[in-house]
Ligand binder design. Structure first.
Ligand code: SF4
Length: 433
């Protein structure tokens, strides 16, 4: 009798991997890189709505809520597919170890530092023979994106009192300029028209590298050494906006006029308690200099409501300060204590109901300003980069929905539009021919 054939070894293509991302742009970028590497190695990447054998959850830990959401996602995935392999990575995974892995029911835990070897670890888990690493750094798979979100910096050395990021992501590290320029060139060759540079503390870019090339120096190199039509910055801590960056904003129209500059509070007492390196008046002066360099720039801010010890006078002062700033929209965060941060043990916590009321007040200020910003564009023309479904963004990052047919054929192109009306929180644009 012939011996029974040995069971065939598992193959990567038989494994369907879904990815989910929580949190910031840095995480989105990391997920895109992981997705690209999974595909390059032969894994089948599917959406979370499709049946899958592996779920990779790229988590955030900026608040307790973020941790809770990560646990919920893993529990829900386990309920849906009891045999699915669950891999937790990202900032929440960073804080854990085996105890966390067991507590959240994950099969594998991969820290932020270990992300570059995440696919190796998956290979090892399933007993696949490791494949040689692809030459050079991997360009992330664009996935659904038309704009290339490119993380060039990770980690932070600042240690604001509320923030766990320096522990979760380590000290500031930057990708060397040659590598950044090379990847941007490759992105352009693949048809990307816009690159959005991101980082945890983008303004600290290059300080850890030989010769300490700064952010502006890097941008200048990208703009002179590549044909990229649109270059945008993600969130930059305000003290990272130096005169050389403003000069570039003034000089080169390919450096797009939108900035996201976290403020966190407009009250100096609260800013000091938060251990932010910049006070309110210095922030205001910076905004004046930014708008002097680029009067049409659109500005986004982050504000935290209900930091411990924030009195109602402090909050009123914050609202008055914010109201006087020429911003387009606020990102409002209700303060929630993060274990391991100095703020978590501060006295005088603000009651949750008061935090909610402060958030509501800031959100209504933001909604009103957003409507005014968008309304002011009606009747004007703009150039938008068309994304999926005919959506797009103007040069100053305002969302536009194109009207018309066969919009998918325009995807990836920069087109002129007439901004005709405002529907909800989006401008409508008609193609100009
Ligand atoms: S600058 Fe402050 S808020 Fe930003 S990542 Fe560093 S510690 Fe966190």
């Amino acid at each position: 009798m012939m011996p029974a054939p040995a069971p065939s070894p598992p193959v990567r293509t038989a494994l369907r991997v879904a990815l989910q991302t929580l949190g910031c742009r840095s995480n989105k970028y990391d997920t895109a890189v992981i997705r690209g590497e999974l595909m390059a190695r032969g894994y089948e990447v599917v959406s979370t709505e499709q049946p899958h054998d592996v779920l990779i959850l790229n988590s955030c830990t900026v608040t307790h809520d973020a941790d809770r959401v990560a646990r919920q996602r893993l529990r829900a995935a386990r309920r849906r597919a009891p045999t699915c392999t669950l891999l937790l990575t990202g900032c929440y995974a960073e804080l854990g170890g085996d105890a966390l892995r067991e507590a959240v029911g994950a099969d594998l835990l991969v820290s932020n530092q270990e992300k570059p070897t995440l696919v190796d670890r998956l290979d090892h888990f399933f007993g696949f023979t490791p494949l040689p690493a692809p030459p050079g750094p991997m360009l992330p798979d664009p996935g659904e994106h038309t704009r290339f979100f490119f993380k060039i910096q990770d980690g932070c050395n600042v240690r604001c009192a509320f923030c766990i990021i320096p522990d979760a992501r380590g000290s500031a590290r930057s990708l060397p300029p040659e590598q950044v320029v090379g990847q941007v060139r490759e992105a352009v060759a693949r048809g990307f028209q816009e690159v959005i540079l991101s980082g945890i503390h983008l303004g600290a870019y290059g300080r850890d590298l030989p010769g300490a090339p700064g952010l502006a120096g890097l941008l200048r190199r990208i703009l002179t050494e590549t044909d990229l039509p649109r270059l945008r910055l993600g969130s930059v801590e305000p003290w990272g906006v130096r005169p050389d960056l403003l000069a570039l904003l003034r000089e080169d129209p390919r450096f797009l006029p939108s900035l996201h500059l976290p403020l966190q509070s407009g009250c100096d007492r609260t800013l000091r308690a938060m251990k932010r390196p910049m006070g309110a008046q210095t922030y205001r002066q910076l905004i004046d200099r930014v708008l002097e360099a680029c009067p049409n720039l659109t500005l986004w801010l982050d504000v935290i409501a209900g930091f411990p010890g924030e009195t109602s006078q402090d909050f009123d002062q914050c609202v008055d300060f914010v109201e006087a700033l020429p911003f387009a929209r606020l990102h409002v965060f209700p303060y929630s204590p993060r274990r391991g941060t100095p703020a978590a043990s501060l006295p005088a916590p603000v009651p949750p109901a008061i935090i909610r009321a402060r958030v509501t007040r800031l959100l209504s200020l933001s909604a009103e300003r957003w409507q005014q910003t968008l309304q002011a564009r009606i009747g004007h023309d703009a150039h938008i980069l068309v994304e999926s479904g005919g959506r797009g963004h103007t040069r100053d990052n305002l969302p536009v929905q194109l009207v018309g047919t066969q919009l998918e054929t325009l995807r990836g192109q920069i087109v002129p539009v007439a901004l005709t009306e405002l529907v909800g929180e989006q401008l409508r644009g008609a193609l100009l021919v």
